[in-house]
Design a protein around this ligand. Structure first.
Ligand code: HEM
Length: 446
């Protein structure tokens, strides 16, 4: 769709100085989070152009109103770009996260009922039971990798809630570990940022192996599945029943892989980062514990959610300070006007939560973990806060993620103290922001 307001006299976005050959690409790829921090603190510009990336470079949107313009008001003028298709296609193909146009619309409409509140309400006990099954294996005073534990837990929860299947712990471990290896390959690195688009290399062998392992579990999930419910697989199967050509087997496979990827890792990361931030902020941890003691009578329930206010603020604040999805990507379908800037057709654009959630321009004491900043402010009212995206392509699992994170935190803190012992968590920028090392924590029974 042509944008009639585009004119040749509009400004080209400013490019920060960089290497004459590779521009800013290497600095960005070597240390993406520090680089984005520098961009958002040094430039008052709404859009900045990073040169030297493969192809036309990348346009970084640093103004929250322009982010909302792209995601919400003018969303029809943009699409998701195909970033690294040689890796992403074999992983999630055309599942709900990556599909476009009519295919996406049909998928979103078909799958939406799996995420209705009326359906999720029935799963509060399941989330608590799976959490308790996890902690049943913990030893008082023991040390564990909390990111791994929570990854396995959220795979089991997602499989039950969205795919209607009780996955064994061994299968859940396989999924979490295979996803970890996938993340290592997908992570930004100097090599993959400056490589020209025509120089495609096949996916590394360990990546292909990880996908095969995920496909094995996906096949077991499909075989175990009992249709008839409102889970994702049942909804897809019903759609196939009405129109045999509507959902080819590939698409079913892509959706299961998408749910496993999008549904487990983001929530596991939110919980891991929450535990890390709480461990570094004793007052917040004490407050959370005290809320669990006051609200929860033995076992947390769906009914407790409305009273777990502080726990909810902890989740919002974690998603602000350490957003698991650190940036969104789009490209204009035709030359576009964004504020006073001109963005050429097809150019990749980055909308970085990492920069906007942590900018002094939009937050008081942005690097302080302060759950109470959400006491009077609703997340939906803040343009510079978009951990779940915005507009029609906003996260379909948003409510589920918040419910899950609150119930898991309440279940953990009602019975356990979890102290992350690492001061720093080195992180890589894959589709999500992931720790590159195990996250050690000591767990003590309360
Ligand atoms: C705290 C946890 C989560 C975070 C931070 C998160 C974040 C996001 C974001 C930012 C997007 C938008 C991507 C874009 O516009 O390019 C998204 C989309 C999506 N998320 Fe989540 N998500 C979370 C949990 C979940 C869960 C539990 C599911 C369950 C399956 C899920 C499934 C999806 C799917 C399928 C999409 C694509 C939706 C569409 O394009 O129609 N997410 N998520």
């Amino acid at each position: 769709m042509r944008d009639p307001s585009v004119s040749l006299f509009m400004r080209a976005p400013h490019s920060p100085p960089g290497d004459p050959v590779v521009g800013n690409a290497l600095r960005f790829a070597r240390s993406p989070f520090d680089f984005l921090d520098t961009l958002s603190s040094s430039y008052a510009e709404g859009v900045v152009h990073l040169s030297g990336m493969a192809g036309p470079g990348i346009y970084v949107v640093l103004d929250p109103d322009l982010v909302q313009r792209v995601l919400v008001d003018d969303h029809a003028r943009y699409r998701k770009p195909q970033l690294r298709p040689e890796l992403v296609d074999p992983l999630i193909g055309e599942g709900l996260l990556t599909s476009e146009g009519d295919l996406w619309k049909r998928q979103r409409t078909t799958l939406q009922p799996a995420f209705f509140t009326s359906r999720l309400r029935g799963f509060g006990d399941t989330i608590v039971d799976f959490t308790r099954a996890t902690t049943a294996g913990w030893r008082d005073g023991g040390e564990l990798d909390v990111h791994h534990e929570l990854g396995v837990l959220t795979v089991r929860i997602i499989s039950r809630l969205l795919l209607g299947v009780d996955l064994s712990r061994a299968d859940a471990v396989d999924v979490a570990e295979a996803m970890e290896r996938v993340g290592e390959t997908l992570a930004l690195s100097p090599g993959n940022v400056v490589r020209p688009p025509w120089l495609q290399t096949p996916p590394p062998r360990e990546y292909q192996q990880a996908i095969r392992e995920l496909e094995d579990v996906t096949a077991r999930i499909t075989a175990m599945h009992d249709p008839g419910g409102d889970d994702v697989l049942s909804l897809l199967q019903r759609a196939i029943g009405d129109d045999p050509d509507a959902f080819p087997a590939d698409e079913r496979r892509d959706q299961v892989m998408t749910m496993l990827l999008a549904g487990h890792e983001t929530t596991a990361l939110t919980l891991t980062y929450a535990l890390s931030l709480l461990s570094a902020t004793p007052d917040a941890r004490a407050e959370l514990r005290s809320e669990a003691d006051t609200v929860v009578d033995g076992t947390p329930t769906w009914g407790d959610l409305a009273s777990l206010d502080y726990t909810e603020r902890v989740v919002h604040e974690t998603l602000r300070l350490l957003p698991p999805v650190w940036a969104l990507f789009r490209q204009p379908l035709a030359d576009a006007r964004l504020g006073e800037y001109r963005i050429p057709e097809g150019a990749p654009m980055m909308l970085p939560q990492w920069a906007l959630h942590r900018s002094r321009r939009h937050w008081d004491a942005p690097l302080t973990f302060d759950p109470d900043r959400w006491r009077e402010t609703k997340p939906a009212e803040v343009a510079a806060y978009f951990p779940f995206g915005a507009g029609p392509r906003a996260c379909i699992g948003r409510q589920l993620a918040i419910v899950e994170a609150k119930l898991i935190l309440a279940t953990l803190f009602a019975e356990w103290d979890v102290a992350v012992t690492a001061d720093e968590l080195p992180r890589r920028a894959a589709i999500t922001m992931q720790p590159t090392e195990p996250v050690p924590a000591v767990v003590r029974r309360r």
